[in-house]
Ligand binder design. Structure first.
Ligand SMILES: [Zn+2]
Length: 324
């Protein structure tokens, strides 16, 4: 158990490769010759496929094309935010979790994982220290340009893997807006369904029945990924109770979260345990791995998109009603 925790923690340390050792090109060893990169054809830059890290920032520029190819054109953006998580969890909790799940899933079913992405919708935490909330236009443009840069580097399928609940509406809207103009890549939003067996096992282990943020399960996940950043002695410093200060059933308004959970704590984390964390992580990893495999094999999305863009751009010649 301790070994596993150390392994997970090591993955998140700067400079720690997922496989614990650097990938060394086999033709660079023992030849005694200096080969200038510009003189070497791409095909001679051989890295055993098993040595390719899924982490974008750990790849060399020379290995990148091989990574894109091996990934089947799939890149994952694990998304989080800088937000208070009660008094006991770090601001980057959601990014740590999203990135850990993405890297673990991509190690099983290879895909490239984009670096630490912390620009998310989080206006509702502006009253709490440490929050980073970019403007609406900046949030949209940054994600749009990130996708375009990922596509410019050769990927054709981008999976948004979200670790922050406050991003959900924005990311669905972002996916809808991908139809606004033609493009040569597709964006997918990883949307796991409820894993009933895991939910049952977690419910049997949990000591609390409420939750939603920095709660028993989220704290358990961090106890697995970054136990060094969890301060269980500070759980009691804030209340995670629903303050229910805006009883307006049937109406949605932006202040709703602040009205209920101004401490950015919803639930009771005291019962958190690595056992619960591992169940939650394993379920997410398995679902994401399946989705990577499905999206790798998928050709229908791009075909339909291309057909749609051709059709949507051709009203003037009267062909917009035709489907091919
Ligand atoms: Zn969170």
């Amino acid at each position: 158990m301790i070994k596993q925790v150390i392994f997970f923690a090591a993955m998140l340390l700067p400079g720690a490769g997922l496989y614990g050792q650097p990938a060394v090109p086999d033709d660079a060893q023992g030849s005694g010759q200096t080969i200038h990169p510009q003189d070497r054809p791409q095909s001679q830059t051989r890295v055993p496929e098993r040595m390719l890290s899924p982490a974008w920032e750990e790849l060399t520029s020379g290995d990148f094309a091989l990574a894109v190819e091996r990934a089947g054109g799939v890149c994952i953006i694990p998304m989080g935010v800088m937000e208070k998580h009660a008094q006991h969890l770090p601001l980057g909790t959601d990014v740590f979790a999203a990135r850990h799940i993405a890297l673990t899933a991509a190690a099983g079913e290879y895909a490239v994982v984009f670096p630490f992405y912390y620009a998310g919708q989080i206006f509702e935490a502006r009253h709490q220290p440490g929050t980073v909330s970019y403007s609406p236009q900046m949030l949209y443009d940054l994600l749009d340009e990130t996708c375009r840069e990922i596509a410019r580097n050769g990927f054709t399928k981008i999976i948004l893997m979200n670790g922050h609940g406050g991003n959900n509406n924005f990311l669905q809207y972002f996916c809808q807006t991908q139809l606004a103009s033609a493009r040569d890549y597709a964006v997918f939003f990883f949307n796991p369904s409820e894993d009933r067996e895991t939910a049952r096992q977690i419910a049997a282990l949990r000591k609390s029945t409420t939750g939603g943020h920095a709660d028993e399960v989220e704290t358990s996940v961090l106890l697995v990924i970054r136990p060094d950043l969890v301060h269980m002695d500070r759980v009691v410093l804030d209340s995670g109770a629903d303050q229910n200060r805006l009883p307006l059933p049937g109406a949605y308004t932006g202040i709703w979260w602040y009205a209920r959970f101004p401490n950015h704590y919803a639930g009771d984390a005291l019962g958190a345990s690595p056992e619960i964390g591992r169940l939650s992580i394993d379920s997410d990893v398995a679902q994401l791995r399946d989705v990577i495999r499905l999206i790798k094999a998928d050709t229908a999305t791009r075909q339909l998109q291309d057909q749609f863009f051709r059709s949507a751009g051709s009203f003037r010649n009267g062909s917009n009603n035709k489907t091919k």
